[in-house]
Design a protein around this ligand. Sequence first.
Ligand SMILES: [Zn+2]
Length: 190
Amino acid sequence: MSSCPICECSASVNEFGRWGRRLRVSCPRCGDFIITDWVIYLLTNNSSINALWRPKLSHWIRKKQLAGEEVKIDSNNYESILNEATLPSAMEQSDNLILWLGSALKRSEEIIDINPNYIAAVIGATDEKGVEYIASHLVEQRLIKYSMREKTSNREANLTSVGLTLDGWGKYKELKQGGRAIGFGVKPEQ
Ligand SMILES: [Zn+2]
């Protein structure tokens, strides 16, 4: 396993391409994408790029993944992607978590075990702490169920168990009716 050039999580990274090295990345946080070596060099060596470029790009890539789009980042498009990639406000992240859960759960009572880094990319949080912050508020509002799952070994990734309460499903319905979405079904706010 190597690490994802965007979010630095452990990921599968394969080189290919004859003209300029390209990497095919399969990351548990960002998802699948292709990026050129040159863009990675530009991103990691340009001090004028916003310090939050990693979580911003991770969220951008994950949104495209959820919309079923193939993501290829090269020197022609990386600047416009950087301009487009933003992290949503805490309130939007909170709505994103409800929206994602509503679309990901197959049954009302289902609880899924998932890597919090994946949730960070989906909702647009900076990291696991950001996810905890949003989740703890939603637990206080009794909209979601959320708990860290016990690790059986140190090498295992952190997992959280997460589901929606009945009120959470009500909130999901409300958000959907209001036309909210995060790249999986509802249009993002303009
Ligand atoms: Zn990643």
